[in-house]
Design a protein. Structure first.
Length: 391
C-alpha cells in the first residue's frame, strides 16, 4: 500500500494501474486498512462515497461488493471468501493468512526504536522498514479524506526512522550506508532540511567536500524556491565547516592569496548565501562599533503584487531578474543575499540614508525599465546597522 496498491497471491498480481473503478479501489483500500474490525454499511456509505450512491445507497453498496469479489477472483484460493458479510456490515476475512506492508513497516520501526536491542539489530530493523516504504500511502487515493491523515502519519514515521537509522549508522562509522540512506530518503522527501544536513555531513565525513558543497547549494536553492525559508543555523554551520575543510595546509601565502582572490572579471555587488551574509554583517557591525561610524545601511527589498506576495511561479521568474538589477546598480563593495522567497537583503558600507535612497531609486528604475508591462512592484525598508545612541 506504499507507493501504490497491489495484492499478490502465489505470483498472481492485481495492481491499481489495471483498468478498474476508482471507487472499487477506494472500497478495497478502506476494507483492508481497517481489516481488524467489522465495518457497518453506514460507515462505508458516509466515508467512501457520501452522497454519490444515489437514491438507494444500500443496494449500490451491495452491488459494489459483488463487483469487488469478482475483481479479486484471480488471487482468491478455491473455497475462500476474502470479504465476509454479516448483520449489515462487512469485514476482511481474518482467518486468511496475509501480510500488509503498512503493518510490517510499523513493526520494524518499533523494533528499531528498542534501545534494549544491539545497535546492529536496530539498524537491520530500520533498514527493513525503509525498504518497505516505496512512497506515500495509497497515492492514487491521496485526495480521499480518510487517506489524508494516514498518509501524514506514515510519512512522519518514515522520516523519524530515516533519521534514527542515520544516527545509528553514524555511531558505527558506516558512511557509505549513511549517504545511501539520505539519498534515497531525499527522493521521497526533498523538502526536509535535516535530511539535507545529514547528507552534507556524511559527504564531508567521506572527504567529498566538493560534492558536499554542491549539495549545500542545491539544498538552499530548493528550500528558497519552494518554501521561501532561510537556511537553518545547522545548515549554515555546515557551510562554514565546509569552507574550513576545503583549506588544506599551505605554507606559501601567495598561493593562499591567489585562491582567496575573486575572479577579477566579476563586476557589481558581492552576492552570497545568507549564512555568509550574516558573518560579513557581524564583522561590519564590529568595525562600526569600534570606529563609531554609523554610515552602514542595511536594506531589504521585497517583491509585491497587489499588496501581496506573488505566487511561487511568479517569484521563480522575477527574483533572478531583480538580483540582476541589484548587482548592476550596486558597487563592488556592497553585499547582497537572498533573505526569503520574495526578498533580498543588502549591506551598503560607508553610505548614509540620502545616498541609500538614491540607490533604491536606481534599482527600481532599472528593474521597471526592463519589465514595463509587469504588475509587480518593489517595496523597501532601510536602516543604519547602528542606532545613533550607540555611536
Amino acid at each position: 500500500m506504499f507507493g501504490g496498491f497491489e495484492l499478490n497471491y502465489e505470483g498472481k498480481l492485481i495492481k491499481e494501474t489495471s483498468n478498474r473503478s476508482y471507487k472499487l479501489w477506494n472500497l478495497l483500500g478502506y476494507l483492508v486498512t481497517y481489516h481488524a474490525r467489522s465495518i457497518p454499511q453506514s460507515e462505508f456509505i458516509d466515508t467512501i462515497w457520501a452522497d454519490s450512491f444515489g437514491e438507494n445507497p444500500l443496494s449500490s453498496l451491495k452491488t459494489s461488493f459483488s463487483r469487488l469479489r469478482t475483481f479479486l477472483e484471480p488471487i482468491t484460493p478455491e473455497g475462500i471468501d476474502y470479504i465476509l458479510a454479516s448483520r449489515g456490515s462487512y469485514q476482511w476475512n481474518e482467518n486468511v493468512s496475509y501480510r500488509l506492508d503498512i503493518e510490517l513497516f510499523e513493526s520494524y520501526c518499533r523494533q528499531g526504536a528498542l534501545k534494549t536491542l544491539p545497535i546492529t539489530d536496530r539498524i537491520v530493523a530500520y533498514q527493513k522498514a525503509l525498504e518497505l516504504y516505496k512512497g506515500d500511502f495509497l497515492p492514487r487515493l491521496k485526495d480521499t479524506h480518510w487517506v489524508v491523515p494516514l498518509t501524514t502519519y506514515y510519512h512522519s514515521i518514515y522520516l523519524v526512522a530515516v533519521k534514527k537509522l542515520y544516527d545509528l549508522l553514524k555511531t558505527q562509522n558506516r558512511i557509505e550506508e549513511m549517504i545511501d540512506c539520505c539519498t534515497k530518503a531525499l527522493i521521497i522527501e526533498s523538502f526536509d532540511e535535516k535530511l539535507h544536513c545529514n547528507l552534507i555531513e556524511a559527504l564531508m565525513l567521506q572527504g567529498h567536500y566538493s560534492s558536499a558543497l554542491l549539495h549545500y547549494q542545491k539544498a538552499t536553492e530548493l528550500l528558497y524556491k519552494n518554501l521561501s525559508v532561510q537556511p537553518s543555523s545547522e545548515l549554515n554551520q555546515l557551510y562554514l565547516s565546509l569552507m574550513s575543510y576545503q583549506s588544506d595546509l599551505e605554507m606559501d601565502t601567495s598561493v593562499i592569496l591567489s585562491n582567496l582572490k575573486e575572479d577579477q572579471k566579476k563586476t557589481g555587488a558581492f552576492v552570497c548565501n545568507y549564512g555568509v551574509f550574516k558573518e560579513i554583517f557581524q564583522l561590519e557591525l564590529r568595525q562600526a562599533i569600534r570606529s563609531k561610524n554609523s554610515i552602514y545601511i542595511c536594506m531589504l527589498i521585497t517583491i509585491f503584487e497587489s499588496n501581496q506576495i506573488p505566487s511561487l511561479d511568479t517569484l521563480n521568474k522575477a527574483m533572478p531578474e531583480l538580483l540582476s538589477s541589484i548587482t548592476i546598480c550596486l558597487r563592488s563593495g556592497d553585499i547582497v543575499s537572498k533573505y526569503s522567497g520574495a526578498q533580498y537583503i543588502l549591506l551598503l558600507p560607508c553610505l548614509d540614508k540620502n545616498n541609500a535612497m538614491k540607490i533604491v531609486k536606481r534599482i527600481q528604475d532599472h528593474y521597471y525599465r526592463r519589465h514595463k508591462k509587469s504588475t509587480l512592484y518593489l517595496n523597501y525598508s532601510l536602516s543604519p546597522i547602528l542606532e545613533e545612541s550607540l555611536v
